[in-house]
Design a protein around this ligand. Structure first.
Ligand code: BG6
Length: 473
């Protein structure tokens, strides 16, 4: 009997590996693919986590051969892969890659793509939409019209749509081709080590469990500061802006993980949705929102000369639930700032007029946890001094080596059908509801778009919202 079971099992494995699987990347010659997706797949290849027959198909409009494409990828790999670039290993990895020239905006071109799949006998698909949101509909139409549906998943980049209405339209279109459990909305912040660590810190420490609420916490700050500018992504970014590019997705993810109730099952998304639904609509834009644009943005290539797109947002958020009544959450993000640093700061209420305790979760580039508290000054009767404990996770080489890149973690999760680290549709709806309302109010209020200097920490007006902890000025 045992023998028989083993036999059936190995036959199944045999069948499994006979399937030709492929990931097709729409936007195969884009920044994201070179910087993140191909290096992530190289890492998975090195770790032996890709099936032997797994193929990577980069789609693009440029006139490259597969050899050209591989050489370009090789250049990026040397700088961007977590696992060391080794020529022999990369050459093996490159055997998986094909470049396919296509104008993805022309639905009829998908007939050629389907012929290519048939020719290569590809039976299982992951389609990766690494293109601007306005292309999502066309791509889905093209796939629906010509490509076989058999065993297909889709990974879609954020922002999903340009607003709620548009996102719903896209969702319906996707549903014509993919089942809901085949749709993977990717938000790479969910794959970041320290963002996952927020869960471990919150829910596995008696010292934090009882004080994670309005009685002990005065405010929370979430910062994602970037030193880079718009770079080569003007076409997408100028239509999107920081609110849709960072706040609607990445930073609301972080906020909801920091503030949600403890998940009961294996998936936290239900608690995240509940939290997002309890965000209080902002009533007074002037007092709660500061938007800015870095000086020089209008001179960047492909930016409209009169663009009003924000490259900086600082926002005060309130949560209308029992745990967080009247506790402000401050969120900010910006490009061309003086530093690249992301962190969550929990500021506790002061005890006996002593300096406030503070917990800082450092997300990047340094990963770690910092705790500031009060202790007796040695040699005094009862004078206090502020002391700190600083756990630097990424200072330890072994930790750095063992930490997968966010995209590597999420691509692998998709390969093994693990949906826990992907956003769900009602989460997207709740985020858009909140953000659309703010944007409409901002535009109708005629609130200012402030210009800020490059290499600063953003418009000084943002300091009217709160004293930001990460301040290099
Ligand atoms: C992307 C945004 O999703 O996240 C970019 O589109 C931003 O504009 C990037 O630069 C930031 O990611 P990270 O991992 O560098 O914080």
């Amino acid at each position: 009997m045992k023998e028989q079971t083993r036999l059936v099992h190995s036959t199944m494995i045999g069948l499994e590996t006979m399937q030709n699987k492929a990931i097709t990347i729409f936007g195969g010659s884009g920044d994201l693919t070179y910087r993140k997706l191909l290096p992530a797949m190289y890492n998975l290849h090195v770790l032996d986590q890709l099936d032997e027959d797994f193929k990577i198909i980069g789609l693009g409009r440029r006139d490259y051969t597969t050899e050209d494409y591989i050489e370009i990828a090789r250049g990026w790999m040397k700088e961007h892969s977590r696992k060391k670039y080794v020529e022999k290993v990369f050459n093996e990895f490159a055997q998986r890659i094909t470049y396919f020239k296509i104008d993805i905006s022309n639905e009829d071109e998908y007939a050629r793509l389907q012929e290519f799949y048939i020719d290569k006998e590809i039976k299982e698909h992951i389609y990766y939409y690494a293109v601007a949101p306005e292309m999502f509909l066309t791509v889905t139409n093209g796939l629906k019209k010509y490509c076989s549906k058999n065993k297909a998943k889709v990974i879609i980049e954020k922002p999903f749509g340009a607003n709620l209405e548009n996102a719903s339209k896209l969702n319906n279109k996707l549903a014509e081709f993919f089942g809901q459990d085949e749709i993977y909305h990717i938000d790479h912040y969910l794959g970041k080590e320290m963002i996952q660590n927020i869960l471990s810190v919150r829910f596995n420490n008696a010292i934090f469990k009882g004080i994670w609420n309005k009685d002990f916490i005065e405010s929370v700050q979430i910062t994602a500061a970037e030193s880079v500018g718009v770079g080569t992504r003007a076409g997408y970014y100028d239509k999107s802006g920081a609110m849709k590019d960072m706040i609607q997705n990445h930073l609301l993810q972080v906020l909801s993980i920091v503030a949600m109730e403890k998940p009961t099952g294996t998936s936290m998304y239900k608690e995240q949705v509940e939290l997002l639904k309890s965000l209080k609509p902002i009533t007074n834009i002037e007092d709660n929102l500061v938007m800015g644009q870095y000086d020089g943005y209008l001179e960047e290539s492909n930016i409209a000369p009169d663009s009003k797109t924000e490259t900086y947002v600082a926002l005060k958020v309130e949560i209308d639930n029992e745990r967080w009544q009247k506790v402000p959450f401050f969120i900010r993000t910006g490009k061309k700032l003086a530093t690249r640093e992301s962190q969550v700061v929990i500021k506790f209420k002061a005890e006996n007029d002593a300096p406030q305790n503070m917990l800082i979760i450092k997300i990047q580039p340094t990963e770690g946890i910092y705790l500031k508290f009060n202790a007796k000054k040695p040699g005094t009767a009862n004078d206090l001094q502020e002391v700190s404990m600083d756990f630097c996770q990424s200072c330890i080489l072994e930790n750095r080596l063992n930490t997968p890149e966010a995209y590597e973690r999420l691509l692998y999760a998709c390969l093994v059908n693990d949906r826990m680290l992907f956003s769900q549709w009602d989460q997207i709806v709740a985020s858009w509801n909140y953000i659309n309302d703010i944007l409409e109010k901002y535009h109708s209020s005629g609130a200012k778009l402030y210009t800020y200097d490059q290499d600063s920490m953003g418009p000084k007006e943002a300091y009217k919202l709160t004293d930001w902890i990460l301040d290099l000025e």
